[in-house]
Design a protein around this ligand. Sequence first.
Ligand code: BGC
Length: 923
Amino acid sequence: MCKKVCTRIIILLFSYLPIIAQAQKALPVPPPFRVDNLVCEYKINPISVDEATPRLGWKLITRDRNIQQIAYEVRVGSNAVSLLKGKELLWTSGKVASGESLHVYYAGPALASRQKVYWQVRIWNNRQQVTPWSMVNSWKMGLLKPADWSAKWIEDNYQSDTTGGPSPMFRKTFKIDHKVRAAHLYITAHGLYEAQFNGKRIGTDYFAPGWTSYNKRLQYQVYDVTADLLKGDNAVGVTLGDGWYRGYTYNRKKNVYGTKLGLLFQLEIVYTNGKRILINSDKTWKVAYGPIRSSSFFDGEVYDARKEKKGWSTIAYKDLNWDSVRTIDTVKDNLVATFGPPVRKHEIFKPLKVFTTPAGEHVVDFGQNLVGWVQFKLKAKAGDTVKLFHAEVLDQKGNFYTKNLRTAKQENTYIFKGDSIETFEPHFTFQGFRYLKVEGYNGTLDSTNVAAFAVYSDMAQTGMFSTSNPLINQLQHNIQWGQKGNFVDVPTDCPQRDERMGWTGDAQAFCRTATFNMDVAGFFTKWLKDLSADQHKNGAVPYVIPNMLDSASAAASGWSDVATIVPWNIYLAYGDKQVLENQYPSMIAWVGYITRHTRNGLWDTGNHFGDWLFYAGTDYEDGAALTDKNLIAQAFYAYSTQLVINAATILGKDDDVKKYTQLLADIKKAFQAEYVTPNGRMISGTQTSYVLALNFDLLPENLRESAAKRLVSNIEDYDEHITTGFLGTPYICHVLSRFGHTDIAYDLLMKESYPSWLYPVKNGATTIWERWDGIKPNGTFEDPEMNSFNHYAYGAIGDWMYRVIAGINTDEGAPGFHKINIFPHPGGKLTNANAELETLYGKVKSAWSIDNGIFTLDIIVPPNTTAQITLPAVDGPVTESNIDINTNKDIANIKPVGGDMQMDVGSGTYQFKYILKTHKKNS
Ligand code: BGC
């Protein structure tokens, strides 16, 4: 049989060879200098843009060194074919003398709702070369006005409060009586939705429409469904789930945004004859309950397969017993296009181990603490029930441990219909887990019938970091998985217990690290819009965004400062001025709020979380590492004010620069008077205290060196252990490096005993723990009331690993890595470190290794950027690609700085080699 098939394949292959060869010949070879990766508002070919003047960006592709863009030309048209001929243009920028290749504003005529335009760009470089016109990309506008929505909100007519009950399924049939040119679905829901056309799921997004401050901003999604429609009769079905809209949440609260689930559905079809028809949600739809008996993020899903309505979204289905729906007149002015990435399925995990615990539990270990759900394919009798329980850890005895989930059940239940093999995946829930406990099925579980899916916001992985130390590599892995698990449409504190909210303190602590691991521009830009929407009128920034806590105007230092810190970090990582422009009112409102709550220039009022979860020895509230909460508040007050000054400078708001510069001077003066002795001793002699004072430049210049030494001696007193909490941790190693103590920073990083970053790693962690000692040195767990094993805040060290160990940094004066500062710091007995970052300009790389005292540094600087490179601890001559740097034409401005060597380069790939001076401790 195989022989026959193989012979056939070979014959086929031979008969096609001439065609393949011809095709290969015909394939155009891409020019060596070209422009690619055309994006509009960070997306490739988006179909729901609601910015009036969308921003465009591109990447230069070349292997040559030292390539800069010196001019660009963008052209936009309504028709791709005419555009290619340069005809019937809607707008052309003309040749613009500019190096800008990111965030270039469309400046043509105003675009209408639904309008689709095509665009191209070509660029000139500093070698008098011009690229061919790029490929044609497009963008399509969304529905810009409430009046563009002719669909009606529909709801079921069942009893008013069904939260925690079955998921309603909505259905409608319609006819297509002409050839379709294009069909777009505009859809959103009160609750979560999953839509199907003719039995097929639409799109690959989960938990749509995402979580926003619903009453003020409800996102709609747009799907191109041209290929999903059939000639003639069609059917559509949409299932709704409680989700964030009304599902059980923190403190078992429910109906946060409303009591009724609802659907808004507008299908716009354009026939080839130009006729436009609409299939809208309206009174003609029908509704029924189906197999999803309940669904909740915290508690999981109950699915009764016996209640499935086979083929319910196909035309063949008879919906005679279905009920009518009602339409609701609700304002539609809160509808906005979707800015961030959708939540999607990513990695699949097969069981690492299937075993029975000492307590007799049937457990699967997936080997990774992840966020998502389990899929199974099993066979059983109708009515048989399988229950899936999810846990992050096993207890000391090796039994399934769920106490730290608090009231979140994390339990999926499936009731079989008695078919052949039945496949189950939940719909409107996710779980945080590594271990699965199965009840009700005693057969074998293995990789053929059970798998776990990781589910998170669809952010491209942009960063890579590895070293010669496997524990540090595991730490980096854990940081990335902490990010994956907690970036589920909003940045959450944790993904497993009954919390899962957008805690602002955690997000600000981790944000900069996040920008190194993944493309989070869209993710945070969207979330910041909700921050502005939920900020109180008096400027207070809630503890969580979207704000679903009652706290009327609560605000806390280090948490609410997210309003200034995240916009600034997004600006640095992506060079995005617009985000500063958008957030500026929120930033100044926040600083205004603090100022109004000061007494004699000191912010010493209100409730603060302080340096949350710092190392407290045996006594949580009263350890020697306890930092005065008001000192912290004043420090963050200063930092937020500094960031307002930075933003005002960039936005050209000169009066504000003056005003806030004066305010900052006053804040620092008050800080020094209250919290620092004349000799520079802080009233809280803790690591966090010195770290914040130094990082935010709160001490007079002449006291900084000695303060850094006090920090070092504090660290030494703790035998080189870290004692900071959420607020000090992100900055401690940066402060040490800035004041010449990178060796001590390495000591902290490499420490394996508690408290340290590697202690959880040594204890088998696969994500970042909430506490330094989630599992205590004696093997017992921390208080289950607060002991998440997937909390990203302490993962904030990742930023230092990229920026200092590998030494990849953006110059603040040329953000978004337009100018890159590369300054690796060998140490910690590492023999190599390698980091790569896909910036908006292209890949940056810094990889160093030490072999027999020879330091080799491989660098990539993307086109249209430049880099200042600082080679550490240079001893003797330096070569680049085997040429002495002093005679190397691609290297400029070489100068020694201390024992290091600094120089400037243009884009390209470089390899430096020299003998490393090894005087530093730890090297
Ligand atoms: C969350 C934290 C959060 C904190 C505020 C906790 O319950 O999990 O990460 O920042 O509350 O204190």
